[in-house]
Design a protein around this ligand. Structure first.
Ligand code: ASP
Length: 403
């Protein structure tokens, strides 16, 4: 198994799962535990992953030179492009409605014991009254993110002898958490096998499942393409006064790498090399914006989270109110900031949004099967946005570029 690339393993698992689900419907109970184990492992790492990635990310910004001006511009670009990406996804998923009418035997599985909070209450509850309770609850991810942002920021304000210990510590924890995540991801083929076989066995109408997943994938990919070939090039040429076609040619290699590794983090050295040598951005700007971007600027992930959550809601037959859709936009932005630049990090983060709008976490099981394929497209979009951001910021700092 080791020598076969993960995406092939996943593809094989997918095919086997479908066959198993069709031909061994009654035996599925013997293998469905694999899916459950995999989902539990994903849930297990949510809290430590969010904590360490955000704290280390934010405290690393604080250590950078020119934090104020450069930081403000960078963050503004990240938030602006990610928000536009989310809205692109939101519009398309509301028009195409890939989940509506999808007979996934799920509509009856929703048990909404509590009314979802209003936006006001949700915002107030971002501030935890007991942070340890938030850590141990699956329903208070926003509080955990808020606390991590605050903690990371004030690490940079603490006395040098304390701040260096803490930022080293959280960088180290993050490093380990990435390894744990990658380790868990190795089991994806088994997880997918268990979950998909179970889903297929439950399906009376397999064709409807394929049809609705195809529409869902098409929606995500179409929105990503619009963002990647219309929105980002427009921003790059209008705000950055940079030729987007030249910039695209400059970063082709990192884009292909991002597509095939599904990891912004793993692609980072290539992105930095390309933006520096081919686009002509100074090392000062690439070393600040690109590592930060690989961690927190994820347009593709943000867009995907929004489409996926609304798809799940549609499949469950839940009509999301305007307030709930606004919550999806905000939490998708936060979740994309909190997602690590590793394969399928976005999938883990979806649970935050599901929780925020009161959808069952098991909804993740619905989109898991096609996640790895969509991950390739969204990671390429993430890296493309990082690289556009670097040239726009360099241009605004008066640098002379090659693109
Ligand atoms: N794989 C993505 C990245 O590395 C994150 C995600 O899962 O959305 O950029």
């Amino acid at each position: 198994m080791k020598k076969i690339a993960l995406h092939w393993q996943i593809l094989i698992a997918l095919v086997l799962a479908i066959l198993f689900g069709i031909f061994f419907q009654n035996q599925v109970k013997y293998i469905s535990w694999m899916g459950e184990v995999f989902l539990r492992a994903l849930k297990m790492i949510i809290i430590p992953l969010i904590l360490s990635s955000i704290i280390s990310g934010v405290s690393n910004i604080g250590n950078a030179e020119n934090l104020g001006r450069l930081g403000a511009k960078t963050i503004l670009y990240y938030i602006m492009t990610s928000t536009i990406a989310i809205i692109t996804g939101l519009i398309l998923v509301n028009i195409i409605k890939p989940g509506v009418g999808a007979d996934l035997n799920l509509a009856q599985a929703v048990h909404l014991d509590v009314e979802p909070d209003s936006l006001g209450t949700t915002l107030i509850k971002i501030i935890p009254d007991n942070i340890f309770q938030s850590f141990s609850s699956n329903t208070q991810m926003l509080s955990v993110i808020f606390f991590a942002l605050l903690f990371g920021f004030f690490i940079t304000r603490a006395d040098k002898k304390y701040s260096s210990v803490l930022s080293d510590f959280f960088n180290a924890v993050f490093e380990v958490m990435m390894k744990v995540t990658l380790f868990i991801i190795k089991f994806t083929p088994f997880g997918i096998f268990g979950l998909v076989a179970e889903k297929v066995a439950q399906q009376s109408d397999l064709f409807a499942l394929m049809q609705s997943m195809g529409l869902y994938m098409g929606t995500v990919i179409l929105a990503l393409v619009i963002h990647g070939i219309i929105t980002l090039p427009l921003i790059t040429s209008l705000i950055g006064k940079v030729n987007p076609v030249k910039q695209f040619n400059a970063v082709k290699t990192p884009l292909i790498t991002a597509f095939s590794t599904s990891s912004s983090g793993a692609t980072l050295p290539l992105t930095m090399e390309a933006v520096e040598n081919n686009s002509g951005v100074s090392n000062k700007i690439t070393s600040f914006t690109l590592p930060l971007g690989a961690t927190i600027n994820m347009d593709g992930t943000a867009l995907y989270e929004c489409v996926a959550v609304i798809f799940i809601a549609q499949a469950y037959g839940m009509e999301l109110s305007v307030v709930q859709q606004i919550i999806v936009v905000i939490t998708a932005l936060l979740a994309s900031i909190g997602a690590a630049g590793v394969p399928m990090a976005g999938l883990v983060m979806i649970t935050i949004i599901l929780t925020a709008v009161g959808l069952p976490l098991e909804g993740v099981g619905l989109i898991l099967a096609v996640d790895r394929i969509l991950d390739m497209f969204r990671t390429a979009t993430n890296v493309w946005s990082d690289s556009c951001g670097a040239v726009i910021i360099a241009k605004s700092e008066g640098e002379k570029l090659k693109v």
